[in-house]
Design a binder for this molecule. Sequence first.
Ligand SMILES: *Cc1c(COP(=O)(O)O)cnc(C)c1O
Length: 412
Amino acid sequence: MICPEEILALDASDPLAAKRNEFCLPEQTIYLDGNSLGPLPKGVKEAVADAVQNQWGQDLISSWNKHGWIDLATQVGEQIAPLVGASRGQVICCDSISINLFKLISSALQLNPERQIVLSQQDNFPTDLYMVQGLTSLLGAERCQLKSVTTEQLVDAIDESVAVLLLTHVNFRDGQRHDMQALTRLAHDKGVLVVWDLAHSAGAMPLSLDQHNVDFAVGCGYKYLNGGPGAPAFLYVAARHQRAIKQPLQGWMGHQTPFQFDPDYQAAEGVQQFLAGTPNILSLVALNAALAVFADVDMQHVRAKSIALAEVFIQQLSQSDCTNEFTICTPLDAPQRGSQIALAHPYAYAITQALIDRGIVADFRAPNLVRFGLTPLYTRYQDIWRTVQVLSEIMQTKRYLDKKYQTRQKVT
Ligand SMILES: *Cc1c(COP(=O)(O)O)cnc(C)c1O
């Protein structure tokens, strides 16, 4: 076993240690669910209070100009851009991932009009697949057809029949991470455009969308970016495509001159045309303030710590009494995984509930996974150490068999 002294030494030499202080974290809670809902950064409280009390409360509608509400979607997009390796003018913050996927997949299909297949993975996040299925109902199978394959079949399936490759960079269940650069290159070699879903990547690791020549991407505001429940998502459109496409959700905020109230749609220049309706200002204010946490963070440090936290977890688990009860579904090879650990067990739901009861917040993913999100900005090595200790105890005492842990709630 790694001894407690070693763990404390890791925390003491952690270059990100001070970041923990920038978050509101309840006492006695180890929060390993920041990959699902990031915790509240302290600065967000004030920013939202100011937006409500002073901006909305006092300045009312003049706030659109006076407090820059009208440019907030663009401004927050530009704040996210460096986190995903994008230069200016390519990222905007709006709507949800689902809605942004609709815009981007439609746009990508326009660029490849001779082909209709959208290639994805069977175990992709369901909303990604649902959006393609919805587009098929709308456009017809001759314009949009979903082909979803297993991870093993993926590389061979990228061929000249495919219009768009739609992948999630880090799988939400098992945390497996794709090689974005290699797959993007392979896709381009076959004339395929790529749409990457960065829900479990943005804010968790360095990304290089420009450098890897990515065409389109979407990402999440409320997971690793800590923007709060229902925070707007973001989308990325490579500058080279922006003139050639027209996204179909032509709302007034994506118009060239929204306040001319022109009866005919004229798309705004650049990534601005990907806005549809009025932005959610309060949520944007929260996300904007949450992103300040990243201002002085080196994403290489975040990735290095994420890997180290996972190594501690895996090593501790493999030496604990309960190791044989679980299957570790996350790849053990660090470059192949994202920032989470997923353990399979037939009683995964009850085990998760028993952990939560002990102050360790993990989550359950059907059918049989206990998922631990490793978020390096506020998770300490000692938290991981304690998590494995408690898990081992729960398994040894079989406390998870208690009846109260068996009832499933609406959100797991
Ligand atoms: C969380 C998540 C989403 C969420 O989509 P919304 O439309 O923003 O709710 C989408 N894709 C993946 C891969 C996710 O993990």
